[in-house]
Design a protein around this ligand. Structure first.
Ligand code: 6GU
Length: 290
């Protein structure tokens, strides 16, 4: 996968070089380009914004700057071709796997790309559709994601109308609060997406049990020691009975979801994904102790 980010604060995207994402870059699974929007300005002041038509507070980012920037990033031309891709912050030890022949899964094997799809242009904005795990999963199968980070009061809307020629465009929000710009939201979304690309996480099974994977939150986890500060690990985890452990984990998930995200329990019921055993357990969990 290739990710390009267009921003007036390229240094904000530095964390993309670290940890899991850095490792994915090193393995050749991920390429990241960060582009300074000011490379596409025409004036000595490198102005990227102007006052809003119709009045009101703040500034709006100029279409004459964003248009050519997005053209160049899609085509890998102009200043977008000059930018060097991010390199991993530190060399990581790469464990060769059977799946990638130890070469990473990038373009290894010279496999021809399928249908040339338009790249996906993601516009981080509090006015967008909510970002979800479902979205992260769909995006993890994309060849090319481009993030357009707006600041101030946003970007002239015509930029996104026009960009439909070259991109599939999605306006996306990471939650019901307002950030100063899209950069931090890009870090959030990129991390959620990249960890789902095959070969990025060490343990391929590890996202089968993520929160949201089955519409429920993940339950609690425990490790050694068995007793710590007078608190004991639940007995069932030592039973060696996988069925009983799975049942207990399901119940812990249901209980935590009911407590922290009752909306998800309603959604599970609506989708018909709640078993009779689930319902019985939730009944008993929501009754006050005798
Ligand atoms: Cl994606 N961007 C900005 N600027 N603010 C936000 C957001 C995104 N999601 C919530 N608030």
């Amino acid at each position: 996968m290739r990710i390009d980010v267009v921003t007036i604060f390229p240094e904000y995207l530095e964390p993309l070089r670290h940890a899991l994402l850095g490792k994915a870059i090193e393995k050749g699974i991920l390429q990241v380009g960060v582009h300074n929007l000011r490379a596409w300005t025409h004036d000595v002041h490198q102005a990227v914004d102007d006052s809003p038509y119709g009045g009101g507070p703040g500034m709006v980012m100029k279409p004459g700057v964003w248009g050519p920037a997005l053209d160049d990033v899609a085509a890998h031309t102009g200043p977008a071709a000059d930018a060097v891709d991010l390199t991993s912050s530190t060399p990581h030890r790469i464990t060769p796997t059977k799946a990638d022949g130890g070469m990473g899964q990038g373009d290894a094997g010279g496999v021809e790309k399928k249908d040339k799809k338009k790249p996906l242009l993601v516009v981080p904005t509090p006015a967008g559709k909510p970002f979800t795990q479902d979205m992260a999963e769909r995006w993890s199968a994309e060849d090319h994601l481009v993030f357009a980070c707006g600041r101030y009061e946003g970007i002239d809307q015509r930029v996104f109308e026009d960009a439909q020629e070259r991109y599939r465009v999605e306006e996306v929000s990471i939650g019901d609060y307002v950030l100063i710009g899209g950069e931090v939201a890009v870090l959030v979304m990129a991390e959620a997406v990249v960890r789902l690309i095959p070969g990025v996480l060490g343990n391929q099974a590890s996202h089968q049990e993520d929160s949201f994977q089955d519409g429920l939150l993940e339950g609690p986890s425990y490790t050694k020691p068995r007793s710590w500060r007078g608190l004991d690990v639940p007995e069932v985890l030592f039973s060696g009975n996988h069925g009983k452990v799975a049942q207990w984990r399901r119940e812990q998930s249901l209980e935590r979801t009911l407590r922290n995200r009752p909306d998800l329990i309603e959604e599970l019921e609506r989708r018909g994904d709640m078993s009779e055993a689930d319902r019985t357990y939730l009944q008993s969990a929501s009754e006050p102790d005798a």
